[in-house]
Design a protein around this ligand. Structure first.
Ligand SMILES: Cc1cc2nc3c(=O)[nH]c(=O)nc-3n(C[C@H](O)[C@H](O)[C@H](O)COP(=O)(O)OP(=O)(O)OC[C@H]3O[C@@H](n4cnc5c(N)ncnc54)[C@H](O)[C@@H]3O)c2cc1C
Length: 302
C-alpha cells in the first residue's frame, strides 16, 4: 500500500482523476494550509497562539524551468517579509529541486543563497529539506557552501539512510543545525533500511549523536516511541527543553503537539501551502493507512 501510494504521488493522471472530486480538494486542507500565503499566515497565527512555532513551506518540487525557480525565490522573500510584518514565530523550509537542483547546481546555489541572505536581513532562518537519495550528495554540497558563509541555514538528515551517521559526524564540526526525520521517499534497500524497526533504532542512535552536540537541532517525528526516547535521553543528560525542539507536520497528531507544549517542550510545526500540494499530500497518505480512510470517507460524503 505504502509503495503504491508513493508511486502514485508522481502520477499526473491519478492526480487529475482525484482532483475532479470537490470533496478531495477539501480534505487536502487537513494537511495543507491552503494555496495562498494569506491562508498559511492564518494557520501559523493559530499555532503561535498555542505557543507552537512554525516553519513555512511553499510547496513545489522538481521545477524544470529557470524562470519558475526565480519566482520561488521571490515567493520566499515575500514570505520572510510577511513573517516580520505579522510578527509570526516562524522560519522557512525550502526544497532544492524547487530552486533549480535538477536544472543547474550553480543556479540552485545562487537561488538558495538569495533566500538565506534575505532571511539574515530579518534574523530569520532557512531549513533545507532533504529529498530522495538521488539528491542527498548534491544537497549536502550546497548546504556546506552556504554554511561556510551563513549561520542562519540548517539541513535535514533521514534516519532510513545507511549513510546518515557518517553524514552527521561530518556536519556537526561545521556547526550545522540539523533536523532529524525518518525519511519520506521510496528508497531501494541498497541505500535505506527496508524495515521500520531498523529505521527506528537508527533514529534513536542519531538523536543521541545530535542532542549532546551543543547545537540547536530539530527532532522531527510523530512517533510516540521516538519522542519518549528523546525526552528520556535529554533528562538523563541534563539537556534542557531550550536546547532543542520537537517538530511535526501540520494536521498530524495535533494532540501530541499541544501535549508536548503543555509539558514545557518546544514544538515547531511545518506548515505547507501552495498550488503544488499533490506529491506532498500523497506522501502523508502513504505514511498512515488510516489517512486513506479519512480521505475516502470524506470523498463519499461529497
Ligand atoms: C517537521 C518535519 C519535517 C520533515 N521534513 C522531511 C524532509 O525534509 N525529508 C523527508 O524525507 N522527510 C521529512 N519529513 C517526513 C518524515 O521523514 C516522515 O516521513 C514522517 O514524519 C513520518 O514519520 P514519523 O517519524 O512520524 O514516524 P512513523 O513511524 O511514520 O509514524 C509514527 C506515528 O506517527 C503518526 N503519523 C505519522 N505520519 C502520519 C501522518 N501522515 N498522518 C497521521 N499520523 C501520522 C502515526 O500515529 C504513526 O503511527 C518531515 C517530518 C516532519 C515532522
Amino acid at each position: 500500500m505504502k509503495s503504491a501510494l508513493l508511486y502514485l504521488s508522481t502520477s499526473e493522471g491519478f492526480k487529475n482523476f482525484l482532483t475532479k472530486f470537490k470533496s478531495f480538494n477539501q480534505v487536502t486542507r487537513r494537511f495543507v494550509a491552503g494555496e495562498e500565503i494569506a491562508t498559511a499566515i492564518e494557520a501559523i497565527k493559530q499555532l503561535n497562539a498555542k505557543q507552537i512555532s512554525a516553519t513555512f513551506d511553499h510547496l513545489g518540487e522538481s521545477i524544470s524551468a529557470e524562470a519558475e525557480t526565480r519566482e520561488e525565490v521571490r515567493e520566499y522573500q515575500r514570505l520572510i517579509a510577511s513573517i516580520v510584518a505579522h510578527s509570526l514565530d516562524s522560519n522557512v523550509s525550502v526544497k532544492l529541486t524547487q530552486l533549480g537542483l535538477d536544472i543547474d547546481k550553480e543556479l540552485c546555489y545562487q537561488n538558495t543563497r538569495a533566500i538565506v541572505e534575505s532571511a539574515l536581513r530579518y534574523q530569520n532562518f532557512v531549513r533545507i529539506d532533504m529529498e530522495d537519495s538521488t539528491k542527498t550528495a548534491a544537497t549536502f554540497d550546497i548546504f556546506k557552501r552556504l554554511r561556510a558563509e551563513f549561520d542562519n541555514v540548517g539541513i535535514v538528515v533521514q534516519a532510513y539512510l545507511y549513510r546518515t551517521a557518517t553524514d552527521i559526524a561530518e556536519l556537526l564540526p561545521l556547526g550545522a543545525r540539523i533536523r532529524l526525520c525518518k525519511g519520506a521517499y521510496k528508497e531501494p534497500a541498497e541505500v535505506a533500511f527496508p524495515n521500520k524497526a531498523d529505521v527506528d533504532q537508527n533514529y534513536i542512535k542519531l538523536m543521541k549523536m545530535l542532542l549532546p552536540s551543543g547545537l540547536y537541532h530539530g527532532i522531527a517525528t510523530h512517533d510516540p516511541a521516538m519522542i519518549e526516547a528523546t525526552k528520556k535521553f535529554a533528562v538523563a543528560q541534563g539537556i534542557t527543553a531550550e536546547q532543542f525542539e520537537f517538530q511535526m507536520l501540520y494536521g498530524v497528531r495535533r494532540d501530541l503537539q499541544e501535549g508536548l507544549v503543555q509539558e514545557g517542550w518546544r514544538v515547531r510545526v511545518y506548515v505547507p501551502y501552495g498550488k503544488f500540494w499533490y506529491p506532498y499530500f500523497m506522501r502523508r497518505l502513504a505514511e498512515r493507512p488510516a489517512n486513506i480512510w479519512f480521505v475516502l470517507k470524506n470523498m463519499m460524503k461529497g
